[in-house]
Each structure stands twice: as structure tokens, then as C-alpha cells.
Design a protein around this ligand. Structure first.
Ligand code: SAM
Ligand code: 2KA
Ligand code: SF4
Ligand code: MG
Length: 214
């Protein structure tokens, strides 16, 4: 096999041997069903969805961020005690995740992904958190693969949209609604009442923001 080191940087990114990384950090998962778990976040750069309320817009422009070899990412990830890796972004499905996930599995990680589901899936992912967006629809396979469906609620009308879209999910997928952060004061009480009336749905809060951790 040709050593991948002979490829140009552009080719290495295309093949997934290197990736644009905005940040990689060891913290506590603040959202969804793994809330409270120690996790190593890998925030890949680049997103083509454009949510108006995105809380990490600085991730959108891929070329503004460094390109790291997969091995560099792995060396930092394995330096921490936890073995839960959460690939996020930006939109991580924009990238070839095969080499990164292969090495993470070799190092004993469980691999979760935070995704809008707007591109095809690559690599070995153990747990898919699908957070659908009105701005760009998820690909069909995202609904089959989703282990968790986490809908950000900016306006009350998003609730009916969430219910309608959830019809496309596999029956084992967990259902979450999450207040859009800037609207949390007015939206959270609505979501509390919604979950009490629709107990198949669960409430997800961005707990990391309340306790001021990354
Ligand atoms: C920054 S996104 C990155 C991963 C992927 N692009 C996605 O949207 O799922 C990570 C999570 O944060 C959520 N999120 C982004 N901005 C938010 C905000 N202002 N309020 C609440 N959740 C937000 C997204 O819906 C997603 O579940
Ligand atoms: N602590 C913490 N939990 C998170 N869950 C999803 C996040 C994300 O930005 O993908 C995130 C994040 O940015 N920080
Ligand atoms: S898909 Fe995710 S990263 Fe992209 S704009 Fe929306 S919330 Fe932000
Ligand atoms: Mg975040």
C-alpha cells in the first residue's frame, strides 16, 4: 500500500488521514442522553448548513482552522482517562471519518457523533445524535442510523415540526428537545410542559453552559 504520507495535504484531508480541527477538548458531555459523561470532543471545522442561531459559527469556515494528522488527534485523546470520543463540529459528516474512527476504535474508544445528518455517513460510529435543521434536511439514512434525535427549539412551532419529522425515525431512537440557548428563558417552560404531556420525549439542556465548562 502506498504510504499515505506521500499524499498532498488536500489529498490527505480528502482521504481522512488529516482533518481540519477547530478544537479538541476533554470535558463533560452537556447534552442529550450521555449528559454527565466525561468525553473527549473533536470539533471538526466546516459547516454548510448555516443555522441562524448556531452557537459555534466560528467553526463554519474550514480554511480558518488548522489541519491535523489523525495521529496527532489520537495522541491527545488517549492522554486523558476517558474512552468516550464525541465527534462534532461544524458539520462532521462533511469529512471522511474512516481513518479517525479506525484509530479511535483501536485505542478503545466508544465513538459518538453530533450531527445535522446532512451528508453521508463514513467511518465506524457507535452512537448517532441526529439534530435536524430546518435550514438543510438530513439525508434519508440519518433517520435509520439515529440513536438519539435532539431537536433545538427556537420557537413553539418547532415542536410540531419535531413531532412530524420524528415519524421518519427508527423505533429505537430516543427523542429529545433542547431550548435554543438565547431563547432559553421563554422556551424552557414550554418544553417542560411539552415533555410532561408527551413523555416519550425528553428534555435536554446545555448543562455545560450552566456550569460554565467548555
Ligand atoms: C454546534 S452543533 C455541531 C454538530 C452538528 N453540526 C449539529 O448541528 O448537530 C452541536 C449541537 O449543538 C446544538 N446547538 C447549536 N447551536 C445551539 C444553540 N444556539 N442552542 C442550543 N443548541 C444549539 C446543535 O443542534 C447540535 O445538537
Ligand atoms: N460540554 C459540551 N457538551 C456538548 N455537547 C454537544 C456539544 C457540541 O458543541 O457538539 C458540546 C459542547 O460544546 N460542550
Ligand atoms: S449544523 Fe450544527 S454547526 Fe452547522 S450551523 Fe447548524 S448548529 Fe451550527
Ligand atoms: Mg457546543
Amino acid at each position: 500500500m502506498v504510504k499515505h504520507l506521500e499524499y498532498s495535504t488536500k489529498e490527505r484531508v480528502k482521504l481522512g488521514y488529516s482533518l481540519p480541527v477547530m478544537e479538541a477538548f476533554y470535558t463533560i458531555q452537556g447534552e442529550g442522553s450521555f449528559s454527565g459523561h466525561a468525553a473527549y470532543f473533536i470539533r471538526l471545522a466546516g459547516c454548510d448548513v448555516g443555522c441562524v442561531w448556531c452557537d459555534v459559527k466560528e467553526s463554519w469556515e474550514q480554511d480558518k482552522h488548522p489541519i491535523l494528522d489523525v495521529e496527532e488527534i489520537i495522541q491527545d485523546a488517549k492522554a486523558h482517562p476517558g474512552r468516550l470520543a464525541i465527534i462534532t463540529g461544524g458539520e462532521p459528516l462533511m469529512h471522511e471519518l474512516g481513518p479517525l474512527t479506525k484509530r479511535l476504535k483501536e485505542e478503545g474508544f466508544q465513538i459518538n457523533i453530533e450531527t445535522s445528518g446532512t451528508h453521508k455517513f463514513t467511518g465506524e460510529i457507535d452512537y448517532v445524535c441526529l439534530s435536524p435543521k430546518k435550514f438543510k434536511a438530513p439525508v434519508e439514512e440519518a433517520f435509520d442510523k439515529a440513536d438519539e434525535f435532539k431537536v433545538v427549539v427556537f420557537h413553539k412551532s418547532d415542536l410540531q415540526w419535531a413531532i412530524d419529522l420524528s415519524e421518519k425515525l427508527n423505533p429505537n431512537c430516543k427523542l429529545y428537545i433542547q431550548p435554543e440557548w438565547s431563547k432559553r428563558t421563554t422556551v424552557t417552560p414550554l418544553l417542560v410542559e411539552f415533555v410532561k404531556e408527551n413523555p416519550e420525549w425528553h428534555l435536554s439542556l446545555q448543562t455545560h453552559k450552566y456550569i460554565d465548562i467548555p
